[in-house]
Structure formats: structure tokens, C-alpha cells
Design a protein around this ligand. Structure first.
Ligand code: HEM
Length: 458
């Protein structure tokens, strides 16, 4: 048995890197210590960081109950609140996942496909040849509209607009560096009125809750049988003893889905389009695949296109929207990569560094979708959505959305990056986003766009 791992005490520069450029932070430490090491944040317990696929497998396939993620996610409680699945372990966590899962699978996904297609068309209505658009703004709009539609079944009308605005404001505040600091340092969490960051956050939260409770009450009073959105499905769901979810459970479940799905998916879309237009040859190959599709509304076939799928996977590999899995806190002594870990040990699966291993991904800094066509990666070698019992609940939806949006945009327009200089990744919330706005130029219509316009008049 190997001896325990001495934690590396972080310097001021490393703390800055962690806050601003987590990829540099992880690059430096993995270069120095290899694929298992421990770091010590000031005033906190050490945490182990693993980027060896075997170690990741040991971590993610450990028997149920070996780890708690809720303990590791404790700092998110003020945002997600008590009934969020992020803050549950064991049976309550399984129950919440089981209740939430059905809308993310099967026939529902086909229905979402048409909606995503329509929303993308709607987003492009204002696009004009010769103009430029801000990619993050567009991808946020499409992701938020798709989530609002799928989660609440609302895209139009005054209520949808109110909810949209409130949610945007809330997410903007929640992912701001200032609130991140408040989450790290609970002593700062004081409501000094609306001019204080915490006060503003709390007020927005209350306003959002009120809008949501109003909608829940309205639906309880006049249930519509044919509604297919997640809120309605969650309201209709019953657990094994026939109990429905309470208002607070619904609220925390929805806010977890919306905050968990919004930034991650919109950032993934931005990075994917950035890489497509940044890397010679990728756009052309995608276009020849897109042009081979006969039925432009066959969402199932589109989602299976091999090069499109490989392009999305490669973007999630090279620019993972989330760089580390949730922390797992050991509830029993555990052995990992030959090290004996006591109860209470805290472990991060390092998604970013696994995706940069040259033994798995030769020339890891190169964007090369072909690697996903040449080789099958295991769930411990490619893990943008984490894994085990905490595997991202929205992963199939996120991938589906990415493919359909990219397919629809590329089949309608010829685009180019306005500034083709490489973009650095900086932290935003738990993920990485481009360090400067990515502007895209609308160069012309793709020649199949006339065909699309004819075929979509249904
Ligand atoms: C490209 C987009 C996305 C990425 C990269 C992503 C990534 C992740 C990761 C890394 C985890 C942690 C898993 C672990 O620790 O093992 C996670 C969990 C989660 N994600 Fe996502 N996610 C995405 C989209 C979404 C969407 C669209 C939704 C919902 C609509 C969502 C909802 C959640 C929830 C609720 C969890 C917690 C699961 C649990 O605790 O059981 N995510 N996601």
C-alpha cells in the first residue's frame, strides 16, 4: 500500500490561476505531480485530483454509498436549496433522479427535436448577410429558449418573458465571480439590502420563486392532460408510495435543471462553433455530410450523423464546459490507484486533464473530430458529463440540442469567425468560456437554404 499523499499548498499565483484560468492551474499541477495529487486551499480540507482513467473508473464505479456528493456540493445550497438533487445522496437522490429522468428520454426527445429546430430558425430570422453576430449571446438565447420551452412548456407570452428575464438575471448573478466568492466564504452571505450582491441575489430568488409558485398553482387548478414539459411531468409524477413532489421539491428540481443546463450547454455550443470555423477542413467535411441528408427534418437521422457527432464530442473534449466532476467525499475507507484513503477524503475527477492525455488523445491541443471516428473511448477516458450515479441527467438532451442547432445553422448560412486569433479559456462559474466575445460574420446563405425554406412550410 502506498503512503498517504502530501497535499500541495497553493501559492497566491496558483489561487489566482484557479479563480481565473483553471486549465493553466490543472496543466501546471499535472505536469508537476502526475495523474494523482492533493491540493490544499487556504482554510479548507485537502482535495485529491485524479486524471488517470483507471483511477477515474475506481472513483465512479465505487459501490453506492461509498461517496457523498451532497457533502461536496454543500456550498451550492443557497442557490440550489435543500431539495436539489445536487444536495441529496443515497435513496432520496435516486428518487429525485427517477422522477426527473423520463422527460429526458425516448419519444419526448423527438418532440424536443422539432422545437429546437423551430427555435433555431427563429433565432436566425434576424440574421443578415454581411452582418456579424455575437455567438455567446445567440447561443444563450437558443439554449434558454429551448430549456424554458422544455422545462416549463412556455416560449411566448408575457409570463414566459417575465420568467425568461428573471431567470437570465438570476443566472447572471449566480455565475458572477462576486457571488462565487460569497459561496466560497459563507461569512459574506449577508443581506444588506438590494445594493449588496447577496441582497440582490436573494431578492431575485424570491421574485423567481413567486413567479414559479404562481404557475404551479395555475397548473394544479387547471391541469392540461397533453402537456409534455418537464414541470407538468414532475407535477404528475408519484414516488413508490404514491406521493407527488411538494412545491419546494418542484422549485429546487427546476432551478437545478435550469442552472445546471444553461451555461454548460450554451458554452458547449459556442466552443463547438468556434472550433468548427477555427480549424481548417472541419467545416467543409461537415457540410458534405449535411448535404448528404435528404430529409432535413429527420431529427433522429441528423442526431446520428457520424462526423457531426464526432465534432461535438471533440469540442466537449478539448473545451469541456465543466473541468472537474463534483467532489466525492468518502463515507468509508477506500482504495484508489493503490492509495488507502480514510473516511472524509475528498476527490475530484479531473475531466480537463483526462481529455488532454497524449496517450489517449495524441496532439491533444489539436481539434481533430476524426479521433472519435477512429477510436471508441471508454466512459472513463471521455467524460464531459461526469459519470457513475451522478452522470449528468441532461447529457442526452444537451448533445441532441448541440447537434440540431449546429446542423440547422450550417445548413442555412455560410459563416466565418470575425477574428480568427486563438481564444483563451477563462472561468465562468464551474466551467470555462472564451476570454473574449466570439463574433461570427454571416458571409452568405448556404445553397441548400432555399430547399430548407421550401421543406419547412408545413
Ligand atoms: C454540454 C452540456 C453539459 C455538460 C458539459 C454537463 C456536465 C455535467 C457534469 C460534469 C456533471 C457532474 C457529474 C459528476 O460529478 O459525475 C453534471 C451533473 C448534472 N447536470 Fe449536467 N451538463 C450539461 C448539460 C446539462 C443539462 C442540459 C441539464 C438539465 C437540463 C443538466 C443537469 C445536470 C444535473 C441536474 C446534474 C446533477 C446530477 C446528479 O447529481 O445526479 N446538465 N453535468
Amino acid at each position: 500500500m502506498k503512503s498517504s499523499i502530501t497535499p500541495h499548498k497553493l501559492s497566491f499565483l496558483q489561487l489566482f490561476q484557479w479563480a481565473r484560468h483553471p486549465s493553466d492551474f490543472l496543466d501546471d499541477l499535472t505536469q508537476r505531480y502526475g495523474d494523482i495529487f492533493a491540493v490544499q486551499f487556504p482554510g479548507d480540507k485537502p482535495v485529491l485530483i485524479i486524471s488517470d482513467p483507471k483511477g477515474i473508473e475506481e472513483l465512479l464505479t465505487a459501490p453506492l454509498g461509498t461517496f457523498s456528493s451532497a457533502q461536496g456540493n454543500e456550498m451550492f445550497r443557497p442557490v440550489m436549496r435543500d431539495h436539489s438533487m445536487l444536495l441529496l445522496d443515497g435513496k432520496p437522490h435516486q428518487r429525485q433522479r427517477k422522477l426527473t429522468m423520463p422527460p429526458f428520454h425516448g419519444e419526448r426527445m423527438r418532440l424536443y427535436g422539432m422545437r429546437i429546430y423551430e427555435l433555431t430558425e427563429q433565432m436566425m430570422k434576424s440574421w443578415q448577410v454581411g452582418a456579424s453576430v455575437d455567438l455567446p449571446v445567440c447561443m444563450k438565447e437558443i439554449t434558454l429558449n429551448a430549456l424554458l420551452d422544455i422545462v416549463f412548456g412556455l416560449t411566448e407570452g408575457r409570463y414566459a418573458e417575465q420568467l425568461r428575464q428573471k431567470l437570465l438575471a438570476l443566472i447572471g448573478v449566480v455565475t458572477s465571480p462576486l457571488i462565487a466568492l460569497h459561496l466560497f466564504l459563507p461569512a459574506l452571505q449577508k443581506d444588506w439590502g438590494v445594493w449588496s450582491p447577496w441582497g440582490r441575489f436573494r431578492r431575485l430568488q424570491r421574485e423567481f420563486d413567486q413567479l414559479l409558485y404562481k404557475e404551479i398553482a395555475h397548473r394544479r387548478a387547471s391541469p392540461e392532460v397533453e402537456r409534455t414539459d418537464i414541470l407538468s411531468m414532475l407535477m404528475a409524477a408519484r414516488d413508490e408510495v404514491g406521493e407527488p413532489m411538494s412545491n419546494e421539491e418542484l422549485r429546487d428540481g427546476l432551478i437545478t435543471l435550469l442552472t445546471g443546463g444553461f451555461d454548460t450547454t450554451s458554452t458547449a455550443l459556442v466552443w463547438t462553433l468556434y472550433w468548427i470555423y477555427q480549424t481548417p477542413g472541419v467545416h467543409q467535411r461537415l457540410i458534405s455530410e449535411i448535404d448528404s441528408v435528404n430529409d432535413l427534418l429527420d431529427m433522429k437521422a441528423i442526431a446520428k450523423l457520424p462526423y457531426l457527432s464526432a465534432t461535438c464530442q471533440e469540442a466537449l473534449r478539448i473545451s469541456p464546459p465543466i473541468v472537474l466532476t463534483f467532489i466525492r467525499v468518502a463515507q468509508a475507507p477506500f482504495q484508489i490507484m493503490g492509495h488507502e484513503l480514510p473516511v472524509g477524503s475528498r476527490i475530484w475527477g479531473d475531466i480537463y486533464s483526462v481529455h488532454r492525455r497524449p496517450d489517449l488523445y495524441p496532439d491533444p491541443d489539436q481539434f481533430r473530430p476524426e479521433r472519435f471516428l477512429e477510436r471508441q473511448y471508454s466512459p472513463h477516458e471521455f467524460l464531459p458529463f461526469g459519470g457513475g450515479d451522478r452522470l449528468c441527467i441532461g447529457y442526452a438532451f444537451a448533445l441532441y440540442l448541440m447537434k440540431l442547432v449546429i446542423f440547422t445553422v450550417l445548413s442555412r448560412y455560410e459563416l466565418a469567425l470575425k477574428d480568427s486569433r486563438p481564444v483563451r479559456a477563462i472561468r465562468r462559474g464551474p466551467g470555462l468560456e472564451p476570454s473574449r466575445p466570439v463574433q461570427i460574420e454571416i458571409v452568405g446563405h448556404h445553397y441548400r437554404s432555399s430547399k430548407v425554406a421550401v421543406e419547412t412550410r408545413y
